[in-house]
Design a protein around this ligand. Structure first.
Ligand code: F6P
Length: 561
């Protein structure tokens, strides 16, 4: 049990409450900008290639100073340093939190329990690079000698969202002759749709699971193995005695594993020489720059993957060394605390103005909500303050024609990140490239409209009939951060992800929660295992509540035999 005062009892916390209740409660962004011509420049910070404008936030210099004091008394930088040193800051699992070691340079020294982990990280990266090159060049063939043309990653949560998101983000850098797909859902439709048009002889499955016990992944991998063996066996030319007698040799050419659990990988029937290792100090949601990124590395090649790791590292170093006033993850984390804990915001929107970032927000949902969706502090005591927000969003401009109405004129406090790039990807035609200005005009327009709105006087001045004025008035004052980079390269993607990783870290540190466990996902898993026999065999499951028991009975009645 720690002796430090509860967060809400700290003078810095009450000072922020008073600050909000006092001068800031009725402040308007219009007024804050009018009073301070240098605000946009002063409230813009750079991290690597990212230009982060946080001037459209409901803050003043005093807000920032008070938030910085809160960060100081909660020792955010002390915890940061402990994380980078490899201390076991994941207290409930007694584990180090060292995703930063995954992108450390070869010569770095980072110790866990007295052992430098960096050589092992680079050994795995080298093994991944060698394997990726062999697949990309056609040297690694399937069981029948055919070249691998399809890569299917089977995993869920952190073993899916990261590589799936990054594959979409970096499509322009991928080998377009390869088909890369991601299967996560235990709904058989996911695997069915992923493989239905593929030739098993040309398909490599990557089974990604930190624990190698996750039921969705093992179930899908088992079905994928059956599909492979049946497909090879039916293929006539590919028929072979190995396929007929259990398929070990075929599996060895078509299945590789990404895991921390060699024993379970071997139990599944994958040769552990075809396993790419990572370690218990890599959290699932922080793992796509580990072996979990193999599908991505095959798609973009080892050099591009390395550029992405360097991008991560650039922002790691920024977070580790930049002073508080210009430390981007710190500032964004403090703003998250400000809205969540003091201004009553329940949710945070992430709105990328890039089609390639279509899976970015879904990825961040796990990163943020699995990390900071907690209601007890690091000592196990209930928290008396709001913790992580609901994170949501889809790429602009689609969202503008769906839910932005609520952002502009609804009643909720919602902060948002607008993310955009100055240049479209190279391979677009000149005509499609020309659309980019329109895309970005939308981003800039939305930031402006959300912040400054349109007053009733302005509406009236446009000749709008009086009865429509309230409906066409925009009160503004909706806070946004704008993150701008030159283009979406592997390095910039790494920088963006590291920015969010550390932002989430900062918020968890201030809220005094363990951002690195995820006990909240366990109960549902246990109950699913208990309920399944009731569905499949009609087994009596003790302890079902009346509602669930009735649903199970209805399911059994309607189930086709
Ligand atoms: O259920 C949540 C979770 O444990 C995530 O944290 C993790 O990313 C995911 O499941 C997948 O776990 P694994 O990689 O062990 O299959």
């Amino acid at each position: 049990m720690s002796d430090s005062p509860k967060l809400t009892h700290r003078p810095q916390w009450t000072a922020l409450e008073h600050h909000h209740a006092g001068e800031l409660q009725h402040s308007q962004l219009r007024d804050l900008f009018a009073a301070d011509p240098g605000r946009a420049e002063r409230y813009t910070v750079r991290a690597g290639d990212l230009r982060i404008d946080y001037s459209k936030h409901l803050i003043t210099d005093e807000t920032l100073a008070l938030l910085q004091e809160l960060a100081t008394v909660t020792d955010v930088f002390g915890l940061r340093d402990a994380m980078f040193r490899g201390e076991k800051i994941n207290v409930t699992e007694r584990r180090a939190v060292l995703h930063t070691a995954l992108r450390a340079p070869r010569e770095a020294v980072i110790e866990v329990d007295g052992e430098n982990v960096v050589p092992a990280v680079h050994a795995v990266l080298d093994k991944m690079a060698d394997f990726s090159e062999r697949v990309r060049s056609g040297e690694w063939t399937g069981h029948t000698g055919k070249r691998i043309r399809n890569v299917v990653n089977i995993g869920i949560g952190g073993s899916d969202l990261g590589p799936a998101m990054a594959y979409e983000a970096l499509r322009a850098f991928t080998d377009r002759s390869l088909t890369v797909r991601f299967v996560s859902n235990v709904d058989g439709a996911d695997l069915h749709e992923a493989v239905r048009d593929l030739d098993p002889a040309e398909t490599l499955f990557i089974v990604a699971s930190k624990t190698f016990t996750t039921i969705e992944t093992i179930t899908n991998a088992t079905s994928a193995r059956s599909w492979l063996l049946a497909g090879l066996d039916d293929g006539g030319t590919s028929r072979s005695s190995e396929v007929e007698c259990g398929g070990e040799k075929a599996v060895a050419k078509h299945f590789v594993a990404l895991s921390t659990n060699a024993e379970k990988v071997a139990d599944f029937g994958i040769d552990t020489t075809n396993m790419f290792e990572f370690w218990d100090w890599v959290g699932g949601r922080y793992s796509y720059d580990s072996a979990i990124g193999l599908s991505l590395m095959i798609a973009i090649g080892p050099d591009r993957f390395r550029e992405m790791l360097d991008g991560f590292h650039l922002v790691d170093e920024h977070f580790r060394t930049a002073p508080a006033a210009s430390n981007a993850p710190l500032l964004l984390g403090l703003l998250g605390v400000w809205y969540g804990s003091f201004l009553g915001a329940q949710s945070h929107a992430v709105l990328p103005y890039s089609h390639y970032l279509s899976k970015f927000t879904a990825y961040l949902q796990q990163l943020d909500m699995e990390s900071n969706g907690k209601s007890v502090d690091r000592d196990g005591d209930p928290v008396e303050w709001q913790t992580g927000p609901v994170v949501w969003g889809t790429p602009g401009t689609n969202g503008q024609h769906a839910y932005y109405q609520l952002l502009h004129q609804g009643t909720k406090v919602i902060s948002a990140d607008l993310i955009g790039f100055v240049n479209p990807v190279d391979e677009l035609s000149p005509e499609l490239k020309a659309q980019h200005d329109l895309l970005m005009a939308n981003l800039f327009a939305q930031g402006q409209a959300l912040a400054f709105g349109r007053t009733s006087d302005e509406v009236r001045a446009e000749g709008v009939p009086e009865e429509q004025v309230p409906h066409r008035t925009f009160r503004g004052n909706h806070p946004t951060t704008t993150i701008l980079a030159s283009e979406l390269t592997p390095s910039v993607l790494g920088q963006l992800i590291a920015l969010y990783e550390h932002k989430v870290f900062v918020q968890g540190a201030i809220w005094n929660i363990d951002s690195f466990d995820q006990w909240g996902v366990e109960l549902g898993k246990v109950l699913a295992r208990r309920v399944e026999p009731a569905l499949t065999e009609g087994a009596d499951v003790p302890g079902l509540d009346p509602s669930t028991a009735a649903l199970v009975a209805a399911y059994r009645t309607l189930r086709k035999k």
